[in-house]
Write a protein that binds this ligand. Structure first.
Ligand code: PBG
Length: 324
């Protein structure tokens, strides 16, 4: 008789036939940084912290010691430095360039990734520049935004970033950033593109962490409609053509079909971002013992990997690496 259960009979046999494995080297660890001397717990994301630069160094060092190869930094910018042109985003003495320099000086082998988008710096809270059209409605203006994103990417490259990661979803930005970096001598700085980034309610806790919720309107004219998957393939083919080094799908858990289809559409490495809301749901359910946090965390990550992601951006990176 054919008995599939024979392949499940012991931990040793299960280990032999296991199709997917997780490793600390799969993870990118997102870290929040602010321009203060103290570390502050983030209310909307239990277990996460807005770090001082000193705290950031300690946390990144612990992550690297656990085998995590990369961090991505998100800045919380004080209100008085935000403006409608988001000019602070390419200031060479700004928070992000200082954080990059400190990280690279302390850990030359750590891969330091930066987020490229205007929302932390934009007084309007959008990823792009905001203009009013003739009817008085707000519009996120694409091509003008892309010019600012190029300045931002260049500023991060000058500070020593290994990878820049445009999360803004403007059209044509991957090609524009590639061209800018190349023409300024940064041909070795990689682009991790948020290729299929959906207009998702799962980003809520993150916007709380950065106080970056849009002042007016939503992000649906640039982030993707959660109902679409062909469009994710279209974005993948475009980003590949424009010169992306790594493709990313975001969020991850509710979009496993997208990860799987994008996997089959490209030979580039594929990342998936387990976002703040996915993290928070597990934390919240585990808080009162409703779910087993560690087991659900590991299952959520193996699911993302099984769907086809090579790389996972996750707030659980350190916690999961400790279990491996
Ligand atoms: C903004 C950005 C967002 C996230 C990463 N970069 C929020 C948004 O698009 O509104 C979300 C990350 C998360 O929820 O964990 N450029």
């Amino acid at each position: 008789m054919i008995r599939p259960r024979r392949n499940r009979k012991s931990p040793a046999v299960r280990a032999l036939v296991r199709e997917t494995t997780l490793s600390a080297s799969d993870f990118i660890y997102p870290l929040f940084v602010h321009d203060k001397n103290t570390d502050e717990a983030i209310d909307s994301m239990p277990g996460c912290t807005r770090w001082s630069i000193e705290g950031l160094l300690k946390e990144a060092g612990e992550a690297q010691a656990l085998g995590i190869p990369a961090v991505v930094i998100f800045p919380a910018i004080s209100e008085d430095l935000k403006s409608s042109d988001a000019a602070q985003c390419y200031h060479d003495e700004g928070l992000v360039p200082r954080a990059i320099k400190a990280l690279k000086a302390a850990y030359p082998d750590l891969c330091v990734i930066t987020d490229v988008a205007l929302d932390p710096y934009n007084s309007d809270g959008h990823d792009g520049l905001v203009a009013k059209n003739e009817h008085g409605a707000i519009e996120i203006i694409n091509d003008e935004t892309v010019e600012v994103l190029c300045q931002q990417a260049l500023c991060h490259a000058r500070a020593g970033a290994d990878m820049v990661s445009p999360s803004d979803m403007m059209d044509g930005r991957v090609e524009a950033i590639r061209t800018t970096l190349d023409s300024e001598g940064y041909q070795d700085v990689s682009i991790l593109a948020y290729t299929a980034k959906y207009a998702s309610a799962y980003y809520g806790p993150f916007r709380g962490a950065l106080e970056s919720t849009p002042k007016a309107g939503d992000k649906k004219t640039y982030q993707m409609d959660p109902a679409n998957v062909h469009e994710a393939i279209r974005e993948t083919l475009l980003d590949e053509e424009e010169g992306a080094d790594i493709i990313m799908v975001k969020p991850a858990g509710p979009y496993l079909d997208v990860i799987s289809q994008v996997r089959n559409a490209t030979t580039l490495p594929l990342a998936a971002y387990q976002v703040s809301g996915e993290y928070l749901m597990i934390k919240a359910a585990a808080k009162d013992g409703w779910l087993d946090e560690q087991a659900v965390m590991m299952e959520s990550l193996i699911g993302i990997k099984r769907a086809g992601a090579d790389i996972i951006v996750t707030y659980f990176a350190k916690q999961a690496a400790r279990c491996l």
